[in-house]
Write a protein that binds this ligand. Structure first.
Ligand code: NDP
Ligand code: 8X3
Length: 253
């Protein structure tokens, strides 16, 4: 088996954490990132002990270009070849109509979901291009395919991820690098708690009466797309809970 070097942003929680576990369970080497150092270090130790794979935890904020660049520039020699980059770090903050939007919420979403993903790709894609192979997986959203009331800026950032995934596939084509966007609907993680700024009741209501997707469900799809033959690339995947028809319509029991 070819052991891959897999770089996952936003591994301290949710989809990113589940993705780290599934790649480790399958014997791959991981670079895991996030801002919360304690969680990241603990996860690295757990994964090493459980799956006996090498893990390099790197604490930085994807919004900080200098920090992203330093992380790439200072990679130890035996980590300088990247096979898979999962651009997962992201968030929604607030759910206000645009005329009542909170500027700081907008900045956080735009800086993380768009600029962070761009900084990561700009700094780490060259480590794939050098090998003429690799796979970039961008975590978009159903919010990148549709808009819903009060979703405005979050939806716009995920529409940008949709466009950038197509653009990256075009630009990376000649290097043999695959680009896949995975666009989930409702996944129960810390996502809603972050969106509602710590209001657990509001967060719980998002998933009330449905069986939402889990981080593990999305991680399994992320892993799956990396197992296909080298000539096969899944470009785009929209995945919802069975109880969700589109961004706004749910079958709640
Ligand atoms: P979580 O809140 O559980 O995880 C988000 C992760 O992103 C955390 O590990 C967090 O780490 C990291 N992160 C956030 N901001 C930054 C930053 N500035 N720098 C570095 N890391 C950051 O949510 P999910 O797992 O659900 O979200 C993962 C992705 O999936 C996001 O892009 C989200 O938009 C997308 N998504 C989620 C859906 C859902 O319903 N949950 C549906 C569709 C898409 P830390 O705080 O330690 O930095
Ligand atoms: C997360 C899913 O519908 O809350 O991207 O935007 S949604």
């Amino acid at each position: 088996m070819h052991i891959k070097n897999v770089l996952i942003t936003g591994a301290t929680s949710g989809i990113g954490q589940a993705t780290a576990r599934i790649f480790a369970a399958n014997g791959h080497r991981l670079i895991i990132t996030g801002r919360r150092k304690e969680r990241l270090t603990k996860l690295a130790e757990e994964i090493k002990a459980q799956y006996h794979v090498e893990v390099l935890p790197l604490v930085f904020d994807v919004r900080d270009y200098n920090a992203v660049k330093a992380a790439a520039d200072n990679l130890p020699e035996d980590w300088r070849s990247i096979d898979v980059l999962v651009n997962n770090a992201g968030l929604a903050v607030g759910l206000n109509p645009i005329q009542e939007g909170v500027i700081d919420d907008w900045e956080r979403m735009i800086d993380t979901n768009i600029k962070g993903l761009l900084y990561m790709t700009r700094c780490f894609a060259p480590l794939m291009m050098a090998n003429n192979s690799g796979h970039i997986i961008n975590i978009g959203s159903i919010a990148g395919k549709e808009v819903y009331p009060n979703g405005n800026v979050y939806c716009a950032t995920k529409h940008a991820v949709d466009a950038l995934s197509k653009a990256m596939r075009t630009d990376m084509l000649k290097y043999g690098i695959k680009v896949t966007q995975i666009a989930p609907g409702a996944v129960e993680t810390e996502f809603s708690l972050v969106r509602f700024k710590g209001d657990q009741e509001k967060a719980d209501n998002v998933y009330k009466g449905i069986t939402p997707l889990t981080g593990d469900d999305i991680a399994a799809l992320i892993y799956y797309v990396t197992t296909l033959p080298s000539h096969v690339c899944i470009n785009d995947m929209v995945v919802t809970p069975t109880a969700q028809a589109n961004a706004s319509i749910f079958n709640r029991s």
